[in-house]
Ligand binder design. Sequence first.
Ligand SMILES: *[C@@H]1O[C@H](CO)[C@@H](O)[C@H](O)[C@H]1NC(C)=O
Ligand SMILES: *[C@@H]1O[C@H](CO)[C@@H](O)[C@H](O)[C@H]1NC(C)=O
Ligand SMILES: *[C@@H]1O[C@H](CO)[C@@H](O)[C@H](O)[C@H]1NC(C)=O
Length: 544
Amino acid sequence: MAEATSIKILKCFAIVLVLTVTCAYSQEPEFVYPDVFNDPERDAFLYGTFPEGFVWSSATSSYQIEGAWDEDGKGKSIWDTWTHEGGHVKNDDTGDVACDSYHKIKEDVSILKEMGLHHYRFSFSWPRILPDGTINNINEKGVEYYSNLIDALLEADIKPMVTLFHWDLPQALDDFGGWTNESIVGLFNDYANLCFERYGSRVKFWITFNEPWIVSLLGYGAGTWPPGITEPGTTVYIVTHNIIKSHAKAWHTYDDNYRESQDGLIGITLNSDHMEPFNMSKPDDIVAADRVLQFQLGWFAHPIYINGDYPQIMKENIAYKSAMQNYSQSRLPEFTAEEKLYIKGTGDFFGLNHYTTTYAVTSLTDTDEASYWTDQNIASWKDEAWPKSGSDWLQVVPWGLRHLVNWIDNEYGGIPIYVTENGVSTHDVYELDDVIRQKYYRSYINELLKAITIDNCNVKGYTAWSLMDNFEWASGYSERFGIHYVDFNDDERKRIPKKSAETYAKIVADNGFPSSGGMRSIGCVQLTILAVGLSLLSSVGLMV
Ligand SMILES: *[C@@H]1O[C@H](CO)[C@@H](O)[C@H](O)[C@H]1NC(C)=O
Ligand SMILES: *[C@@H]1O[C@H](CO)[C@@H](O)[C@H](O)[C@H]1NC(C)=O
Ligand SMILES: *[C@@H]1O[C@H](CO)[C@@H](O)[C@H](O)[C@H]1NC(C)=O
């Protein structure tokens, strides 16, 4: 009798075990975009949390939000000139008022606080602090604005992450050639030094440049942004050369004179689409995608994080094409041996701004036209099936973020990565239940979680672009990236949270996606408890 009972008990437990395991494994994978991205290996939603101390932030930039373009002694920036000239920006919109953040420190801090964020990424306007770009003339009112903002943030337990240059170059410096003039290296360093001196005891996270690729390519290549120069084969390379030197000098200034007493981090923020080889079975497509990433990210990151010099493929391609085009030397400038040593290692972290993904294949373009674009020998395009947004250039491809983070982690030897921008636009409509943005954040942040927990990439932080709708450069106010809605016809510029602000705040509060959220796993637990209960009852019954 006793023997038969224990066998029955064993059988019961075996049934419970089989039930539980079957239940756990029969769970259908969940997808954020079931109609487009539904590969169970690649796209299945991953429950789990981010490492302790992971940085959650949201971002803005000075020209896009501040307004007060000529108030309290601020100098003109090239964006003031450009927007006032007319004909360059959709609807001739300007940043004259924007979100009026110059007068709304309290409001901006309070929406961050309401979301439970402990970091805020914003930028200093160089001409607000130095109206003519030089330290010969410091605008103390401008210095004070940022000082007040920083104090208000710290008071609310929010750590400032400051970008020194987010595109609003003092017009006075552009009058001397802007980034084409090497003397800007020293002037940028003076500006950076002043900022470290005035704010460095309170600011522990510095970004020298935001997306310098955009400065070079749109400002001096395509000419669609100020200063509107169209020299994509030559000047873009000179501009980047000077920006890299400027970055390195500011980094050394911090490292030599401030790091010990202020103990912060200083790096640069680079932007890139993920480049996906069109056909993973074709080695040449893989090489092509890698080549674009070298031209886009490596152009800046290879000197800074690897060896003080440009990627080999850039040096080869540009030298070859320059010779074909009868240039007496390569259009890509060279760093001296001394400069290479000076530039190498000048980044405490890698700031990544990422939004979308593009396919790449090789396309030989032995053209007579000297251009950064033809120098790459690439054809690229996006997939029609990928979900669209409010911006032509931005389609939703969550897994691209994971792939790109892996590429960076691998290429730059595990340098700490902070995603310093990520987000999606909608058209200019009043819409608070922004489903597209809620899904975008959920899916992209989930892919970042995979990069960390499955792929072991060294990612330290994430930043949602943008805290609020703002002036979207050449698109004016026609494209909205905010997790807060701003009515630009309302003098008050009231900030109203969209649903995505709630979505993001929840992810931040949970530090990711704790697994308890899934209905199916709750079902499994209940089923298991029921089975255990029944088996216990039945064994007790048998015992009596
Ligand atoms: C470069 O800038 C300096 C001032 O910083 C100016 O004196 C010089 O003329 C400029 N060079 C050119 C070519 O504009
Ligand atoms: C991808 O490349 C492989 C190998 O060249 C080829 O067999 C396959 O047809 C290609 N797939 C597509 C979708 O082009
Ligand atoms: C370069 O020079 C060669 C020889 O003078 C000439 O045939 C060729 O057309 C030139 N190419 C360009 C792009 O100017």
